[in-house]
Design a protein around this ligand. Structure first.
Ligand SMILES: N[C@@H](CCC(=O)N[C@@H](CS)C(=O)NCC(=O)O)C(=O)O
Length: 376
């Protein structure tokens, strides 16, 4: 085999992250749906569970997880556009948006997908079933969609999307859209002229759910044209940025731009309270666990916590995968030279985001055998 195979779905959040990165590398790529029988026979026995995205490399290796897929390709030396900025402070900032994009925007993604049935449901039904069970008869289709949508609606509640929070989820998302729109009016990508790991984190919710499902797609196109254009740009091999030819973006200035500062401030306001609460919850929970509970591969969620968010008490799942992404931010920040640390702090402190570097769980999360584990 000479090409790369991505198992994923058009409507899958985490597939969008891997697909966007792989397309930008220009590697020969074939996407297969999980309804393909080879997913069941070749992939699930290796991942040990039904989960996408999964990359099968030309040499037959199987890699699950959006970040691991990106890092695997980076390590082959075949990446033509690295996801990681060479400038160390930019790299930390980019990793912050990887965490926030992939994990902090589940609420708007799930809300705008699952709470606008009149606009979304006929599209979702066909889109899901075509990937999960191509060629199914009408009765089977209905059953497949009822099962998968039921699971996803339950997951939405687990991320804190309930009727009590709908208004805040919408207000928060509209604020973010406006800030992103202002940024992408000036810069083709988050940090300037090339997509980085932060763009790949953000594209996860902003592609599959928020730009593609009928209801939020209309909202994005009407309210935030530049975000929509960035989404289009993130799904192509080339830069698809003709509007910037005339405008000549001030490459290299994105990091210190007021529009990026506004986005960092949004992360602080919207997501830092959840990170703080999650770290505090885990630090209280870890010493209470018997050693064997901490020795095996982890479940996606290890419990539920309640934390204050936009005037509400929100109850959400505690997901150690998020700690693994947070560690990536903190490890990169720890590796900075003193002057670079000062430069980073000069970006984070005014945004109220310095706490992201100090919120640390007593035990590290590692990824091994396609899963998260507590480090020994
Ligand atoms: N951390 C994983 C998350 C992957 C993930 O949650 N994928 C979803 C689809 S977007 C899935 O397979 N869900 C099925 C399940 O959890 O049972 C990654 O980044 O790849």
């Amino acid at each position: 085999m000479t090409h790369w195979i991505l198992y994923g779905m058009p409507g899958s959040l985490y597939t969008a992250k891997a697909r966007s990165y792989l397309r930008k590398q220009g590697l020969p790529l074939e996407e297969r749906a999980p309804g393909d029988r080879r997913f069941t026979t070749e992939i699930v026995p290796v991942t040990g569970r039904w989960i996408i995205p999964v990359l099968q490399t030309p040499s037959g290796e199987i890699v699950q997880d959006g970040t691991d897929i990106i890092d695997h390709v980076e390590q082959t030396g075949l990446a033509t556009r690295s996801a990681y900025p060479t400038e160390p402070v930019a790299k930390v900032v980019s990793l912050i948006f990887e965490l926030f994009g992939g994990e902090g925007l589940l609420r708007p993604a799930m809300h705008y997908r699952w709470n606008f049935d009149g606009d979304n449901l006929p599209f979702l039904e066909r889109d899901f079933v075509n990937a999960l069970f191509p060629g199914a008869d009408a009765e089977t289709r209905a059953g497949v969609f009822a099962r998968s949508s039921g699971l996803m609606r339950k997951a939405a509640a687990g991320f804190g999307v309930t009727p009590d929070s709908f208004a805040q989820v919408e207000a928060s998302y509209l604020d973010l859209l406006d800030r992103l729109d202002a940024h992408f009016a000036v810069y083709p990508y988050l940090l300037g002229d090339s997509p980085t790991i932060g763009d790949y984190g953000l594209i996860a919710p902003l592609h599959a759910h928020l730009s593609r499902d009928p209801h939020p797609s209309m909202l994005m196109k009407q309210r935030a044209l530049h975000v929509w254009r960035w989404v289009e740009r993130m799904t192509t091999r080339d830069d698809d940025a003709p509007e910037f030819l005339a405008q000549s973006p001030p490459v290299g200035t994105a990091l210190s731009s007021p529009t990026l500062a506004a986005l960092l401030a949004f992360v602080a306001e919207d997501y830092l309270p959840e990170v703080d609460a999650m770290v505090g919850w885990l630090n209280a929970w870890l010493p209470e666990q018997p050693a064997d509970r901490l020795a095996g591969p982890m479940d996606r969620s290890v419990g539920r916590m309640t934390f204050p968010w936009r005037g509400l008490d929100l109850t959400v799942m505690v997901m150690p995968y998020r700690i693994w992404l947070l560690q990536r931010v903190q490890d990169a920040a720890d590796g900075l030279a003193p002057t670079e640390q000062q430069a980073l702090e000069a970006l984070l402190a005014p945004a109220g985001l310095s706490g992201l570097l100090t919120a640390r769980v007593a035990r590290r999360v590692v990824r091994r055998d396609q899963r998260e584990w507590w480090a020994a």
